[in-house]
Design a protein around this ligand. Structure first.
Ligand code: KG4
Ligand code: ZN
Length: 342
């Protein structure tokens, strides 16, 4: 069957056609219209501008996705759309477009959780990947460790209590003059600096918890920068990026090591926009090698927001019979609410 995926939760409008045959995924098209250049002017995503840009882009990007895949709407088996979490106005554009398209063409409609979709990106490239496994989703809005119990049910076993890792990278990137979003530029700059030049507090909370807190790290880095600037000095940006990144990487590595021990999981999936970070990828590859755990992470084009991952997650919801109706609404909040001990 073919599934059309639609994504509009933040600043990327995306449409994709994914073919599923005998449980195997083929990405036929995955078009992404990024609004980054527009939001860059303001140093971050402006929700109202995002909603309007989604409205302008969604019809064209969907047509492109179908055209590139070489199929018509009548050949689709379902329409899957991100319905939560994200910017409410942005989500509503995708949800209403998907509802109209599905209703007008008599197609089943599937609501997808954005976080589950990030994890589902891994199924597109690892055909043998199957739950149960452990997943870390690191993005602009999330830093959470999940026990993926089956394709559609996840349990949160650790999460950030304040900022997400992506926000933490973007914030310091902005302060040292990088255009929004600074994550990828911080990644590159960190390769050129001394990771021991600055000592920052760890975002890994102490004790048995698998939770993180990135706000202290962010404040500490800001204090270092401001204190030097008040003396008319500027910290070495590469050293700052390297020390900051090393602190984030160490915290993630430590909590995942604990999570692997606590759950006995034999597979780890790293997903979300920040999963593109080369330092995190390297550290988790090494951690999994040391522990004899299979490590799966999508290629860079599937880490950031895209609709192929929405189609993949939608397929599993569809198989479970989790179909949405025309009363489907978007929600800004997480749908994966339950948090338990591992
Ligand atoms: O998943 P995503 O595309 O959107 C959300 O769902 O939030 O993630 C975007 C985040 C941004 O904060 C961006 O700076 C970050 O991913 N990011 C990175 C890298 N590439 C993107 N952060 C660190 N290193 C990277 N290489
Ligand atoms: Zn995302």
């Amino acid at each position: 069957m073919y599934i059309l995926g639609l994504e509009s939760s933040c600043d990327e409008t995306s449409a994709a056609v994914v073919r599923i045959e005998d449980g195997r995924f083929t990405v036929c098209s995955n078009m992404v219209a990024s609004q980054i250049e527009t939001h860059r002017l303001y140093g971050g995503v402006v929700p109202e501008i995002a909603s309007r840009a989604h409205i302008e882009a969604i019809t064209g990007i969907t047509e492109q996705a179908l055209l590139t895949a070489g199929i018509g709407v009548s050949e689709l088996g379902a329409v899957a759309v991100t319905a939560a979490p994200g910017l409410i106005g942005a989500l509503l554009v995708g949800v209403n477009f998907a509802k109209s398209l599905a209703y007008a063409n008599g197609l089943p409609l599937v609501a997808v959780d954005h976080v589950k979709a990030h994890v589902a990106a891994a199924y597109l490239e690892y055909p043998h990947l199957a739950p149960p496994f452990l997943a870390l989703v690191v993005s602009g809005g999330h830093t959470s460790i999940y026990r993926v119990d089956d394709h559609t049910s996840f349990t949160v076993i650790g999460q950030t209590r304040d900022d997400a890792a992506g926000e933490a990278f973007d914030k310091i990137g902005r302060v040292i003059g990088m255009p929004y979003p600074g994550g990828a530029a911080m990644d590159a700059l960190a390769k050129e600096g001394d990771s021991k030049a600055f000592a920052f507090p760890s975002p890994a909370l102490g004790g048995d918890t698998l939770d993180f807190s990135f706000s202290g790290l962010k404040t500490s880095a800001l204090n270092v920068i401001n204190a030097m600037r008040q003396k008319g000095e500027e910290p070495n940006h590469a050293d700052l990026a390297a020390s900051y990144t090393a602190t984030v990487v160490k915290a993630i590595e430590r909590k995942l090591d604990m999570a692997l021990t606590a759950t006995g999981a034999k597979t780890l999936v790293l997903a979300g926009g920040v999963a593109a970070n080369s330092h995190i990828r390297k550290a988790l590859t090494a951690l999994c090698e040391r522990r004899g755990v299979t490590f799966c992470t999508p290629s860079l084009s599937l880490c950031g927001d895209n609709a192929a991952m929405v189609a993949a997650a939608g397929y599993f919801e569809f198989c479970r019979g989790n179909l949405a109706t025309t009363s489907l609404n978007a929600s800004a909040c997480d749908t994966i609410a339950s948090q338990t001990q591992p």
